[in-house]
Ligand binder design. Structure first.
Ligand code: SF4
Length: 364
């Protein structure tokens, strides 16, 4: 039993309408001017959790530095992360490079055409595999992302949480049933484009919709109420106390956390910092600096302006301190660099905010 209830005999007309609309209305985006799987894959990874307008300059800079999969595979990870800095969700960049190395080692530098092989690459889930294989190779795989799921839910007037166990699989099956297999790349992009530009979460433009005729939510007048709002994961509040150590030459010390649980900015350069729970973050940080770096608190501790930063479900209050030292401590694996030059390194937005605050203090 199909959820969408589009009569089988009308599916060809549904496809024709949507594809014609896409041909006329699609946005001109840099990754739509190519069938190169590397470029399509890169765009798909960058677009996860990030708006199109924000992605475009990153996409172009990244390709200038790493024009093909081999260039990405042999690049220094630091350089990859530096070009990703500001996009957030850095595990995407790390997985991208790991996958590039596997593609070079196991697939002769070509993105695999086989769905299971694509799925086996780091950072590639069902959605990304279907998107790259269909757009680059016309592979017969329908995509299902938030935009497509919303369109399907409205067409079928489906109530309930779309991400609930079982429901997502049913939607995948519905998407696969609708897929125009001979033009799967355009089809998938058309479905996503409809969700992104017409069948938007708030105020869908049903009057502009090429498939309005088949939409049950529109008929029932409930389009804006669907899909049901998901319960959000509760956010966790935490305070991160950070020390901008500064020597008389204006140099500072940066350290790096390794991957793994609890690493807020794994593999990114950051100021020495720790999570604090009590009210006196400064005292906790001072004790940490003395224990880990041998830096004593001698009236050299100046609080900088605090800032807010969000990483997935964590709501972080940044509490930075400027700590003047006669000499920076020697720390294995740490990096000494002029405070004014850290922007060129792979750092998180949080680290950049702290650096800006320290620089403003020096100038002011
Ligand atoms: Fe979405 Fe409206 Fe089109 Fe239905 S008619 S698919 S609600 S835009």
């Amino acid at each position: 039993m199909r959820l969408l209830k589009i009569p089988a005999g009308e599916i060809p007309a549904f496809r024709r309408r949507l594809l014609r609309w896409f041909a006329e209305h699609k946005r001109d985006l840099p990754w739509r001017r190519t069938r190169d799987p590397y470029r399509i894959w890169l765009s798909e990874i960058m677009l996860q959790q990030t708006r199109v307008a924000a992605v475009i300059p990153y996409f172009e800079r990244f390709l200038e530095a790493f024009p093909d999969v081999r260039a990405l595979a042999r690049a220094r990870t630091d350089r990859v992360l530096a070009l990703w800095a500001g996009l957030g969700y850095y595990s995407r960049a790390k997985n991208l490079q790991r996958a590039a190395k596997e593609i070079v080692a196991r697939h002769d530098g070509k993105f695999p055409r086989n769905y299971e092989e694509a799925l086996a690459l780091p950072g590639i889930g069902r959605y990304t595999a279907a998107a790259v294989l269909s757009i680059a190779y016309e592979g017969p795989h329908a995509v299902l992302d938030g935009n497509v799921a919303r369109v399907l839910a409205r067409i079928g007037a489906l109530e309930g949480d779309l991400r609930a166990p079982g429901m997502w699989r049913k939607l995948e099956s519905e998407a696969q049933n609708l897929l125009a297999r001979n033009v799967s790349g355009d089809w998938n992009q058309a479905m996503m484009e409809l969700g992104a530009t017409v069948c938007t979460p708030k105020s869908p433009q049903c009057g502009e919709c090429p498939v309005e005729k088949w939409c049950r939510a529109r008929k029932l007048g409930i389009a804006e109420k669907l899909p049901a709002v998901r319960k959000k994961r509760a956010t966790v509040d935490l305070t991160l106390a950070a020390a901008v150590l500064l020597d008389p030459q204006g140099r500072t010390l940066l350290v790096r956390q390794l991957d793994g649980e609890g690493a807020l900015f794994s593999r990114m350069w950051q100021f020495p910092a720790l999570e604090t729970k009590g009210s006196d973050a400064g005292a906790t940080l001072a004790a940490h600096l003395l224990k880990e770096f041998g830096v004593a608190r001698n009236g050299n501790f100046a609080p900088l302006s605090t800032a807010r930063h969000t990483v997935t479900f964590r709501n972080i209050r940044l509490e930075p301190y400027l700590v003047h030292v006669a000499r920076l401590p020697r720390v294995k694996g740490a990096r000494v660099i002029a405070l004014s030059e850290i922007r060129g390194l792979p750092i998180s937005n949080a680290t950049q905010k702290i650096a800006d605050s320290a620089i403003a203090r020096q100038v002011g």
